[in-house]
Design a protein around this ligand. Structure first.
Ligand SMILES: C[S@@+](CC[C@H](N)C(=O)[O-])C[C@H]1O[C@@H](n2cnc3c(N)ncnc32)[C@H](O)[C@@H]1O
Length: 462
Protein backbone atom coordinates (compact mmCIF):
# COMPACT_ATOMS: atom_id res chain seq x y z
CA UNK A 1 0.00 0.00 0.00
CA UNK A 2 1.60 3.30 -1.01
CA UNK A 3 1.98 6.35 1.23
CA UNK A 4 -0.85 8.24 -0.46
CA UNK A 5 -3.38 5.49 0.18
CA UNK A 6 -2.06 4.95 3.72
CA UNK A 7 -2.62 8.65 4.43
CA UNK A 8 -6.10 8.47 2.90
CA UNK A 9 -6.95 5.62 5.25
CA UNK A 10 -5.57 7.56 8.23
CA UNK A 11 -7.66 10.58 7.30
CA UNK A 12 -10.93 8.73 6.95
CA UNK A 13 -10.29 6.74 10.13
CA UNK A 14 -9.72 9.97 12.06
CA UNK A 15 -12.87 11.52 10.59
CA UNK A 16 -15.07 8.56 11.42
CA UNK A 17 -13.66 7.44 14.75
CA UNK A 18 -11.47 10.21 16.14
CA UNK A 19 -8.51 7.82 16.19
CA UNK A 20 -5.16 9.41 15.59
CA UNK A 21 -2.73 7.24 13.66
CA UNK A 22 0.87 8.39 13.78
CA UNK A 23 3.72 7.55 11.40
CA UNK A 24 4.73 4.64 13.60
CA UNK A 25 1.18 3.25 13.36
CA UNK A 26 1.40 2.85 9.58
CA UNK A 27 2.71 -0.69 9.76
CA UNK A 28 -0.16 -1.78 11.97
CA UNK A 29 -2.66 0.03 9.74
CA UNK A 30 -1.32 -1.61 6.57
CA UNK A 31 -1.49 -5.01 8.27
CA UNK A 32 -5.11 -4.37 9.28
CA UNK A 33 -6.14 -3.09 5.86
CA UNK A 34 -4.54 -6.05 4.07
CA UNK A 35 -6.20 -8.45 6.47
CA UNK A 36 -9.68 -6.94 5.93
CA UNK A 37 -9.16 -6.74 2.16
CA UNK A 38 -8.34 -10.44 2.18
CA UNK A 39 -11.24 -11.45 4.46
CA UNK A 40 -13.72 -9.48 2.33
CA UNK A 41 -12.19 -10.99 -0.82
CA UNK A 42 -11.64 -7.58 -2.37
CA UNK A 43 -9.20 -7.06 -5.20
CA UNK A 44 -7.10 -4.35 -3.54
CA UNK A 45 -6.67 -2.05 -0.55
CA UNK A 46 -7.94 0.78 -2.76
CA UNK A 47 -11.22 -1.08 -3.22
CA UNK A 48 -11.48 -1.58 0.53
CA UNK A 49 -10.94 2.17 0.93
CA UNK A 50 -13.75 2.87 -1.57
CA UNK A 51 -16.09 0.61 0.37
CA UNK A 52 -15.23 2.17 3.71
CA UNK A 53 -15.74 5.69 2.42
CA UNK A 54 -19.03 4.86 0.73
CA UNK A 55 -21.68 6.18 3.10
CA UNK A 56 -24.52 4.47 1.30
CA UNK A 57 -22.96 1.09 1.96
CA UNK A 58 -23.76 -0.25 5.39
CA UNK A 59 -20.34 -0.10 6.99
CA UNK A 60 -20.98 -0.05 10.69
CA UNK A 61 -19.80 -3.56 11.32
CA UNK A 62 -16.84 -3.12 9.01
CA UNK A 63 -15.71 -0.04 10.90
CA UNK A 64 -15.95 -2.08 14.07
CA UNK A 65 -13.74 -4.80 12.59
CA UNK A 66 -11.14 -2.28 11.54
CA UNK A 67 -11.14 -0.39 14.85
CA UNK A 68 -10.77 -3.66 16.68
CA UNK A 69 -7.45 -4.16 14.93
CA UNK A 70 -6.21 -0.66 15.63
CA UNK A 71 -7.04 -0.19 19.30
CA UNK A 72 -6.57 -2.20 22.42
CA UNK A 73 -9.52 -3.32 24.49
CA UNK A 74 -7.30 -3.76 27.53
CA UNK A 75 -9.24 -3.27 30.76
CA UNK A 76 -9.73 -4.85 34.16
CA UNK A 77 -11.87 -4.48 37.27
CA UNK A 78 -11.21 -1.42 39.43
CA UNK A 79 -8.50 -0.26 37.06
CA UNK A 80 -6.79 2.61 38.81
CA UNK A 81 -7.60 2.22 42.47
CA UNK A 82 -6.88 5.90 43.19
CA UNK A 83 -9.63 7.00 40.82
CA UNK A 84 -12.08 4.47 42.24
CA UNK A 85 -11.26 5.63 45.75
CA UNK A 86 -11.92 9.21 44.65
CA UNK A 87 -15.28 8.12 43.25
CA UNK A 88 -16.17 6.21 46.39
CA UNK A 89 -15.07 8.85 48.90
CA UNK A 90 -15.85 12.15 47.17
CA UNK A 91 -17.87 11.88 44.01
CA UNK A 92 -20.47 9.23 44.84
CA UNK A 93 -21.40 10.82 48.19
CA UNK A 94 -22.04 14.14 46.37
CA UNK A 95 -24.08 12.59 43.60
CA UNK A 96 -26.08 10.47 46.02
CA UNK A 97 -26.77 13.43 48.28
CA UNK A 98 -27.90 15.50 45.30
CA UNK A 99 -30.40 12.84 44.24
CA UNK A 100 -31.61 11.79 47.66
CA UNK A 101 -35.06 13.18 46.80
CA UNK A 102 -35.58 12.06 43.20
CA UNK A 103 -33.66 8.77 43.80
CA UNK A 104 -32.16 8.60 40.35
CA UNK A 105 -28.57 7.90 39.34
CA UNK A 106 -27.31 7.99 35.78
CA UNK A 107 -23.76 6.87 35.03
CA UNK A 108 -22.07 6.20 31.69
CA UNK A 109 -18.88 4.28 30.98
CA UNK A 110 -17.98 5.58 27.51
CA UNK A 111 -15.45 3.30 25.79
CA UNK A 112 -16.21 0.54 28.31
CA UNK A 113 -14.53 -2.25 26.34
CA UNK A 114 -15.53 -5.62 27.86
CA UNK A 115 -17.47 -4.04 30.73
CA UNK A 116 -15.19 -4.39 33.74
CA UNK A 117 -15.30 -0.62 34.32
CA UNK A 118 -19.09 -0.41 34.35
CA UNK A 119 -19.47 -3.47 36.59
CA UNK A 120 -16.89 -1.93 38.95
CA UNK A 121 -19.16 1.13 39.15
CA UNK A 122 -22.13 -1.13 39.84
CA UNK A 123 -20.22 -2.77 42.71
CA UNK A 124 -19.32 0.65 44.05
CA UNK A 125 -23.01 1.60 44.01
CA UNK A 126 -23.85 -1.58 45.85
CA UNK A 127 -21.31 -0.61 48.53
CA UNK A 128 -22.16 3.10 48.71
CA UNK A 129 -25.93 2.93 48.42
CA UNK A 130 -27.30 -0.08 50.32
CA UNK A 131 -30.91 0.73 49.33
CA UNK A 132 -30.06 1.12 45.63
CA UNK A 133 -32.95 -1.17 44.66
CA UNK A 134 -35.30 1.60 45.67
CA UNK A 135 -33.53 3.96 43.31
CA UNK A 136 -33.92 4.39 39.61
CA UNK A 137 -30.46 3.53 38.39
CA UNK A 138 -29.24 3.79 34.81
CA UNK A 139 -25.75 2.39 34.25
CA UNK A 140 -24.73 2.51 30.62
CA UNK A 141 -21.62 1.09 28.95
CA UNK A 142 -20.87 1.83 25.29
CA UNK A 143 -18.01 0.92 23.00
CA UNK A 144 -17.33 0.97 19.28
CA UNK A 145 -16.16 -2.63 19.51
CA UNK A 146 -19.25 -4.83 19.22
CA UNK A 147 -17.53 -8.05 20.25
CA UNK A 148 -16.30 -6.34 23.44
CA UNK A 149 -19.90 -5.29 24.11
CA UNK A 150 -21.16 -8.84 23.55
CA UNK A 151 -18.60 -10.08 26.06
CA UNK A 152 -19.61 -7.34 28.52
CA UNK A 153 -23.23 -8.47 28.30
CA UNK A 154 -22.33 -12.03 29.29
CA UNK A 155 -20.60 -10.74 32.44
CA UNK A 156 -18.24 -13.73 32.37
CA UNK A 157 -14.55 -13.08 32.87
CA UNK A 158 -11.23 -14.89 33.08
CA UNK A 159 -8.70 -14.57 35.88
CA UNK A 160 -6.85 -11.91 33.92
CA UNK A 161 -9.61 -9.36 34.49
CA UNK A 162 -9.02 -9.67 38.25
CA UNK A 163 -5.30 -9.21 38.30
CA UNK A 164 -5.47 -6.11 40.47
CA UNK A 165 -8.63 -6.93 42.39
CA UNK A 166 -8.93 -7.53 46.08
CA UNK A 167 -9.77 -11.29 46.35
CA UNK A 168 -12.62 -10.42 48.76
CA UNK A 169 -14.37 -8.43 46.05
CA UNK A 170 -13.95 -11.29 43.61
CA UNK A 171 -15.48 -13.69 46.15
CA UNK A 172 -18.33 -11.33 46.94
CA UNK A 173 -19.43 -10.58 43.40
CA UNK A 174 -18.41 -13.54 41.24
CA UNK A 175 -18.99 -17.28 41.12
CA UNK A 176 -16.82 -19.64 39.16
CA UNK A 177 -18.57 -21.71 36.48
CA UNK A 178 -16.06 -22.28 33.66
CA UNK A 179 -15.31 -18.54 33.99
CA UNK A 180 -16.04 -15.94 36.68
CA UNK A 181 -19.72 -15.10 36.41
CA UNK A 182 -20.74 -11.65 37.64
CA UNK A 183 -23.42 -11.65 40.31
CA UNK A 184 -26.86 -11.32 38.74
CA UNK A 185 -27.77 -8.23 40.81
CA UNK A 186 -24.72 -6.43 39.48
CA UNK A 187 -25.29 -7.63 35.91
CA UNK A 188 -28.88 -6.51 35.92
CA UNK A 189 -27.89 -2.99 36.88
CA UNK A 190 -25.88 -2.58 33.68
CA UNK A 191 -26.93 -1.81 30.11
CA UNK A 192 -24.44 -2.24 27.26
CA UNK A 193 -24.62 -0.92 23.71
CA UNK A 194 -22.31 -0.34 20.81
CA UNK A 195 -21.66 3.30 20.02
CA UNK A 196 -19.15 5.54 18.31
CA UNK A 197 -18.19 8.50 20.46
CA UNK A 198 -16.96 10.44 17.47
CA UNK A 199 -19.96 10.01 15.17
CA UNK A 200 -22.93 9.41 17.45
CA UNK A 201 -25.08 12.32 18.41
CA UNK A 202 -25.48 12.95 22.08
CA UNK A 203 -27.15 14.13 24.22
CA UNK A 204 -29.87 11.92 22.85
CA UNK A 205 -32.97 11.42 25.01
CA UNK A 206 -34.20 8.61 22.75
CA UNK A 207 -31.22 6.43 23.58
CA UNK A 208 -31.28 7.81 27.14
CA UNK A 209 -27.83 9.33 26.72
CA UNK A 210 -28.72 12.54 28.53
CA UNK A 211 -28.77 14.03 32.03
CA UNK A 212 -25.84 11.91 33.09
CA UNK A 213 -24.38 12.39 36.59
CA UNK A 214 -21.02 10.84 35.90
CA UNK A 215 -19.25 9.94 32.68
CA UNK A 216 -16.19 7.72 32.86
CA UNK A 217 -14.21 7.88 29.66
CA UNK A 218 -10.82 6.53 30.58
CA UNK A 219 -8.01 5.34 28.36
CA UNK A 220 -10.01 6.12 25.24
CA UNK A 221 -8.74 9.60 24.35
CA UNK A 222 -5.15 8.34 24.22
CA UNK A 223 -5.94 7.27 20.68
CA UNK A 224 -7.79 10.43 19.65
CA UNK A 225 -6.67 13.54 17.81
CA UNK A 226 -6.86 16.78 19.71
CA UNK A 227 -9.84 17.93 17.59
CA UNK A 228 -11.70 14.69 18.21
CA UNK A 229 -11.11 14.98 21.97
CA UNK A 230 -12.44 18.56 21.95
CA UNK A 231 -15.52 17.56 19.93
CA UNK A 232 -16.35 14.57 22.12
CA UNK A 233 -15.81 16.47 25.38
CA UNK A 234 -18.16 19.22 24.14
CA UNK A 235 -20.80 16.52 23.60
CA UNK A 236 -20.07 15.07 27.04
CA UNK A 237 -20.60 18.52 28.58
CA UNK A 238 -23.99 18.81 26.98
CA UNK A 239 -24.85 15.28 28.13
CA UNK A 240 -24.00 15.89 31.78
CA UNK A 241 -26.47 17.40 34.22
CA UNK A 242 -25.37 20.66 35.80
CA UNK A 243 -22.81 19.67 38.41
CA UNK A 244 -22.27 16.29 36.71
CA UNK A 245 -18.76 14.83 36.58
CA UNK A 246 -16.43 13.64 33.83
CA UNK A 247 -13.51 11.38 34.66
CA UNK A 248 -10.91 10.58 32.00
CA UNK A 249 -7.59 8.73 32.20
CA UNK A 250 -4.72 10.72 33.72
CA UNK A 251 -3.57 13.64 31.60
CA UNK A 252 -5.94 12.74 28.76
CA UNK A 253 -7.34 16.27 28.67
CA UNK A 254 -3.99 17.91 29.28
CA UNK A 255 -3.68 21.12 27.25
CA UNK A 256 -7.44 21.40 26.68
CA UNK A 257 -9.74 23.86 28.36
CA UNK A 258 -13.51 23.76 28.26
CA UNK A 259 -15.81 26.63 29.08
CA UNK A 260 -18.40 24.49 30.76
CA UNK A 261 -16.08 22.29 32.78
CA UNK A 262 -14.45 23.09 36.07
CA UNK A 263 -11.26 21.20 36.89
CA UNK A 264 -11.13 19.60 40.32
CA UNK A 265 -7.67 18.44 41.36
CA UNK A 266 -7.46 15.68 43.88
CA UNK A 267 -4.41 13.81 45.00
CA UNK A 268 -5.47 10.66 43.19
CA UNK A 269 -6.69 12.25 39.99
CA UNK A 270 -8.19 15.22 38.26
CA UNK A 271 -11.92 15.14 37.63
CA UNK A 272 -14.07 17.61 35.70
CA UNK A 273 -17.40 19.04 36.75
CA UNK A 274 -19.97 20.60 34.51
CA UNK A 275 -20.80 24.12 35.48
CA UNK A 276 -23.68 26.22 34.32
CA UNK A 277 -22.75 27.79 30.99
CA UNK A 278 -23.68 31.32 32.14
CA UNK A 279 -21.22 31.22 34.99
CA UNK A 280 -18.28 30.43 32.73
CA UNK A 281 -17.62 34.15 32.16
CA UNK A 282 -16.59 34.38 35.75
CA UNK A 283 -14.72 31.14 36.28
CA UNK A 284 -12.27 32.66 38.74
CA UNK A 285 -15.02 33.33 41.25
CA UNK A 286 -16.05 29.70 41.47
CA UNK A 287 -15.70 27.83 44.69
CA UNK A 288 -12.51 25.94 45.25
CA UNK A 289 -12.54 22.25 44.39
CA UNK A 290 -14.07 20.04 47.04
CA UNK A 291 -10.57 19.01 47.98
CA UNK A 292 -7.48 20.14 46.26
CA UNK A 293 -4.65 18.79 48.33
CA UNK A 294 -1.45 18.97 46.33
CA UNK A 295 0.55 15.77 46.43
CA UNK A 296 3.00 16.39 49.24
CA UNK A 297 5.62 14.00 48.04
CA UNK A 298 6.19 12.95 44.48
CA UNK A 299 8.78 10.50 43.37
CA UNK A 300 10.74 12.11 40.60
CA UNK A 301 10.10 10.53 37.22
CA UNK A 302 13.64 10.67 36.15
CA UNK A 303 15.72 10.54 39.28
CA UNK A 304 15.75 7.28 41.16
CA UNK A 305 14.80 7.77 44.81
CA UNK A 306 17.69 8.96 46.93
CA UNK A 307 19.40 6.06 48.53
CA UNK A 308 22.52 5.74 50.61
CA UNK A 309 23.37 2.73 48.49
CA UNK A 310 23.60 3.29 44.81
CA UNK A 311 21.22 0.62 43.56
CA UNK A 312 23.37 -0.10 40.55
CA UNK A 313 26.54 -0.77 42.49
CA UNK A 314 26.85 -4.27 43.93
CA UNK A 315 25.76 -4.60 47.53
CA UNK A 316 28.69 -5.34 49.83
CA UNK A 317 27.86 -8.74 51.29
CA UNK A 318 29.12 -9.14 54.81
CA UNK A 319 28.39 -5.59 55.85
CA UNK A 320 25.26 -6.83 57.54
CA UNK A 321 25.60 -9.62 60.09
CA UNK A 322 23.07 -12.51 59.64
CA UNK A 323 20.65 -11.47 62.44
CA UNK A 324 20.57 -7.94 61.20
CA UNK A 325 19.92 -9.26 57.73
CA UNK A 326 16.88 -11.21 58.93
CA UNK A 327 15.58 -8.17 60.77
CA UNK A 328 16.08 -6.04 57.69
CA UNK A 329 14.22 -8.57 55.53
CA UNK A 330 11.31 -8.58 58.00
CA UNK A 331 11.24 -4.84 58.03
CA UNK A 332 11.29 -4.73 54.24
CA UNK A 333 8.44 -7.25 54.10
CA UNK A 334 6.40 -5.18 56.55
CA UNK A 335 7.09 -1.99 54.61
CA UNK A 336 6.11 -3.66 51.36
CA UNK A 337 2.80 -4.88 52.81
CA UNK A 338 2.14 -1.38 54.06
CA UNK A 339 2.99 0.07 50.64
CA UNK A 340 0.63 -2.37 48.93
CA UNK A 341 -2.14 -1.60 51.29
CA UNK A 342 -1.67 2.15 50.73
CA UNK A 343 -1.63 1.62 46.98
CA UNK A 344 -4.76 -0.52 47.16
CA UNK A 345 -6.61 2.18 48.99
CA UNK A 346 -5.44 4.77 46.47
CA UNK A 347 -3.03 6.51 48.84
CA UNK A 348 -0.23 6.65 46.29
CA UNK A 349 2.06 9.15 48.01
CA UNK A 350 2.24 7.04 51.16
CA UNK A 351 2.81 3.93 49.07
CA UNK A 352 5.67 5.66 47.25
CA UNK A 353 7.21 6.73 50.59
CA UNK A 354 7.21 3.13 51.83
CA UNK A 355 8.78 1.87 48.58
CA UNK A 356 11.34 4.59 48.80
CA UNK A 357 12.23 3.53 52.31
CA UNK A 358 12.68 -0.03 51.08
CA UNK A 359 15.02 1.27 48.41
CA UNK A 360 17.20 2.84 51.10
CA UNK A 361 17.55 -0.56 52.76
CA UNK A 362 18.21 -2.76 49.77
CA UNK A 363 19.99 -2.38 46.43
CA UNK A 364 17.07 -3.72 44.49
CA UNK A 365 13.73 -4.99 45.65
CA UNK A 366 11.59 -6.51 42.98
CA UNK A 367 8.28 -6.06 44.80
CA UNK A 368 8.87 -2.42 45.59
CA UNK A 369 10.08 -1.76 42.07
CA UNK A 370 7.02 -3.45 40.54
CA UNK A 371 4.69 -1.59 42.86
CA UNK A 372 6.32 1.70 41.87
CA UNK A 373 5.83 0.81 38.20
CA UNK A 374 2.16 0.14 38.93
CA UNK A 375 1.79 3.40 40.87
CA UNK A 376 3.42 5.38 38.07
CA UNK A 377 0.91 3.90 35.63
CA UNK A 378 -1.91 4.94 37.92
CA UNK A 379 -0.46 8.42 38.11
CA UNK A 380 -0.43 8.61 34.32
CA UNK A 381 3.38 8.56 34.13
CA UNK A 382 4.13 5.82 31.62
CA UNK A 383 7.78 6.79 31.15
CA UNK A 384 8.51 6.41 34.84
CA UNK A 385 6.56 3.13 34.89
CA UNK A 386 8.62 1.83 31.98
CA UNK A 387 11.83 2.75 33.75
CA UNK A 388 10.90 0.67 36.79
CA UNK A 389 9.81 -2.26 34.65
CA UNK A 390 13.04 -2.18 32.66
CA UNK A 391 14.98 -2.08 35.89
CA UNK A 392 13.19 -5.24 37.00
CA UNK A 393 14.13 -6.96 33.76
CA UNK A 394 17.71 -5.81 34.19
CA UNK A 395 17.94 -7.41 37.63
CA UNK A 396 15.61 -10.34 37.02
CA UNK A 397 15.21 -11.17 33.31
CA UNK A 398 12.79 -14.00 34.19
CA UNK A 399 10.13 -11.78 35.79
CA UNK A 400 7.27 -12.36 33.35
CA UNK A 401 4.94 -9.66 34.71
CA UNK A 402 7.42 -6.92 33.83
CA UNK A 403 7.28 -7.90 30.15
CA UNK A 404 3.49 -8.12 30.26
CA UNK A 405 3.10 -4.65 31.74
CA UNK A 406 5.64 -3.19 29.32
CA UNK A 407 3.77 -4.79 26.43
CA UNK A 408 0.52 -3.17 27.56
CA UNK A 409 2.22 0.20 27.95
CA UNK A 410 3.75 -0.01 24.48
CA UNK A 411 0.40 -1.06 23.02
CA UNK A 412 -1.32 1.91 24.56
CA UNK A 413 1.29 4.10 22.87
CA UNK A 414 0.76 2.29 19.57
CA UNK A 415 4.37 1.11 19.66
CA UNK A 416 3.31 -2.27 18.37
CA UNK A 417 6.80 -3.44 17.47
CA UNK A 418 8.00 -3.18 21.04
CA UNK A 419 4.70 -4.49 22.38
CA UNK A 420 5.01 -7.61 20.24
CA UNK A 421 8.58 -8.12 21.41
CA UNK A 422 7.51 -7.91 25.05
CA UNK A 423 4.50 -10.22 24.61
CA UNK A 424 6.74 -12.77 22.87
CA UNK A 425 9.37 -12.58 25.64
CA UNK A 426 6.65 -13.15 28.25
CA UNK A 427 5.27 -16.09 26.30
CA UNK A 428 8.71 -17.58 26.06
CA UNK A 429 9.15 -17.37 29.82
CA UNK A 430 5.73 -18.87 30.42
CA UNK A 431 6.58 -21.86 28.24
CA UNK A 432 9.31 -22.68 30.73
CA UNK A 433 7.03 -23.01 33.78
CA UNK A 434 4.20 -25.34 34.66
CA UNK A 435 0.78 -24.19 33.45
CA UNK A 436 -0.48 -24.32 37.05
CA UNK A 437 2.19 -22.01 38.43
CA UNK A 438 0.97 -18.74 39.90
CA UNK A 439 2.58 -15.76 38.23
CA UNK A 440 3.90 -13.13 40.60
CA UNK A 441 2.81 -10.56 41.57
CA UNK A 442 -0.71 -11.20 40.29
CA UNK A 443 -2.57 -12.79 43.15
CA UNK A 444 -4.54 -15.37 41.27
CA UNK A 445 -3.24 -15.57 37.73
CA UNK A 446 -1.80 -18.89 36.61
CA UNK A 447 0.65 -19.44 33.77
CA UNK A 448 -2.03 -21.01 31.57
CA UNK A 449 -4.38 -18.02 31.91
CA UNK A 450 -1.62 -15.59 31.09
CA UNK A 451 -0.41 -17.69 28.17
CA UNK A 452 -3.90 -17.67 26.67
CA UNK A 453 -4.22 -13.96 27.18
CA UNK A 454 -0.90 -13.28 25.45
CA UNK A 455 -1.66 -15.67 22.59
CA UNK A 456 -4.85 -13.70 21.99
CA UNK A 457 -2.92 -10.43 22.04
CA UNK A 458 -0.30 -11.79 19.65
CA UNK A 459 -2.97 -12.95 17.20
CA UNK A 460 -3.55 -9.28 16.39
CA UNK A 461 -0.05 -9.12 14.99
CA UNK A 462 -0.31 -12.07 12.60
C1 LIG B 1 -8.17 0.67 26.49
S1 LIG B 1 -9.88 0.50 26.34
C2 LIG B 1 -10.43 1.32 27.81
C3 LIG B 1 -11.45 0.54 28.58
C4 LIG B 1 -11.85 1.16 29.92
N1 LIG B 1 -12.44 2.45 29.75
C5 LIG B 1 -10.66 1.22 30.87
O1 LIG B 1 -10.13 2.31 31.08
O2 LIG B 1 -10.27 0.19 31.40
C6 LIG B 1 -10.28 1.65 25.07
C7 LIG B 1 -11.64 1.39 24.46
O3 LIG B 1 -12.02 2.53 23.70
C8 LIG B 1 -12.81 2.07 22.61
N2 LIG B 1 -12.92 3.11 21.57
C9 LIG B 1 -11.94 3.60 20.77
N3 LIG B 1 -12.45 4.51 19.93
C10 LIG B 1 -13.78 4.62 20.20
C11 LIG B 1 -14.85 5.40 19.66
N4 LIG B 1 -14.66 6.25 18.65
N5 LIG B 1 -16.09 5.23 20.18
C12 LIG B 1 -16.30 4.36 21.20
N6 LIG B 1 -15.34 3.61 21.75
C13 LIG B 1 -14.08 3.73 21.25
C14 LIG B 1 -12.03 0.84 22.16
O4 LIG B 1 -12.84 -0.02 21.39
C15 LIG B 1 -11.61 0.22 23.49
O5 LIG B 1 -12.49 -0.77 23.93
Amino acid sequence: MDKFLTDQFKKIITERTGLYLRTQDSEKLILAVNRRTEVLKLSSAAEYYRQLSDDSYSQISEWQELILMLTTAETFFFRDKGQFRLLREHIFPQIIEKHRHDRTLRLWSAGCSTGEELYSLAMLINESLPDWRRWNIFLLGTDINSSAIEKAKTGIYGDWSFRMVDPDIQKRYFKYKSGWVTDRRIREMATFRTGNLRLDRFPDPISQICDIDLILCRNVFIYFTSEAIAAVVEKFCATLVDGGFLMTGHNELHGHSFNNLKTLSFQASTIYQRIHAKRTENRASFQEPVSAQPTKFELSDTTPPASPNNRFTPHVIGEIVPDDAADTENEIEALYLKARSYANSGNLSQAISCCREIMTMKDFDINACYLLAYIMQEKGKPEAAKKYLKRIIYFNPAYTAAYVELASLYESEHDFKRAKKMWSAALDLLSQVSSDDLIAPYDQVRALTLTRHIQKELKKYI
